[in-house]
Design a protein around this ligand. Sequence first.
Ligand code: URA
Length: 187
Amino acid sequence: MKQQQLDDLAQEIIANNVCPELATQATQLVMGDGNPNADIVLIGEAPGKNEDLQGKPFVGAAGKFLDEMLRQAGLARSDVYITNIVKYRPPNNRDPLPAEKQEFWPYLLRQLEIIDPKFVITLGRHSGGYFIPDLHISHDHGHPRRVAYHGQEFMVVPLYHPAAALYNGGMRQTLIDDFIATAQLVR
Ligand code: URA
């Protein structure tokens, strides 16, 4: 039922010609993956090369680390729902532009309305900054904040982006610790 609504929303994004320049260069729309009935939604930035080819978020190197974070917290992909703000791969993996994030933002909110999670975990400052405008990730990471959008309410927990941890061992442990603490809070 929720999956059908998410499929319909994906069709609507295509029909409404959202970010046409990204759409023409991308292989496909990467809507999301995991369990639409989950209490936790993880939100990254935009698909990369592997995600674009496979049609699923976080399946490349950053995704492998995300899987490890989930495993250490006693969770599997099937326990959470994973998506991105921008749902087409930006060319050459450049950062998504503010205008692109803005175009996708209402669809992300509708996606959250359908899933209705208790917790939204943002991965990186691009995603976190949209939910928490005054975000200072080095200070705020791992700290939940209550956020409300037209009648919807959930806790937002900003985390570092898993790709950042690939090159920085200290950040790797911070991310894992933040994620384990968040999973405990959800339970
Ligand atoms: N990085 C992201 O932000 N999202 C993905 O889906 C993959 C890598």
